[in-house]
Design a protein around this ligand. Structure first.
Ligand SMILES: [Zn+2]
Length: 69
C-alpha cells in the first residue's frame, strides 16, 4: 500500500468511518473516500459533519456495495 504525496490517513472512531477513509492532504484540506466504491467526498466536518457520509452508506452502500437484493 502506497501513500500518495503527503497525504496521510487518519483513523476515526465512528460508525461511518468503518466505511470511509479520512484523508488530509498537505494543504490541510480534508476529504473522505468510500472504502467500497472509492467515491471521494470533500467534507468539511465543521460544516457538514458526517451526515453526507451516513447518507451515502444508508442509501447507496446497501444496494450498490453489498448488492443483496
Ligand atoms: Zn461508496
Amino acid at each position: 500500500m502506497a501513500l500518495l504525496g503527503k497525504e496521510k490517513i487518519i483513523p476515526q472512531r465512528s460508525e461511518v468511518w468503518a466505511h470511509f477513509t479520512k484523508i488530509i492532504n498537505s494543504e490541510g484540506a480534508s476529504k473522505t473516500k468510500c472504502n467500497y466504491c472509492e467515491k471521494e467526498f470533500y467534507c468539511d466536518m465543521k460544516k457538514y459533519g458526517t451526515g453526507s457520509l451516513k447518507y451515502h452508506i444508508s442509501s447507496y452502500l446497501i444496494k450498490k456495495h453489498v448488492g443483496k437484493g
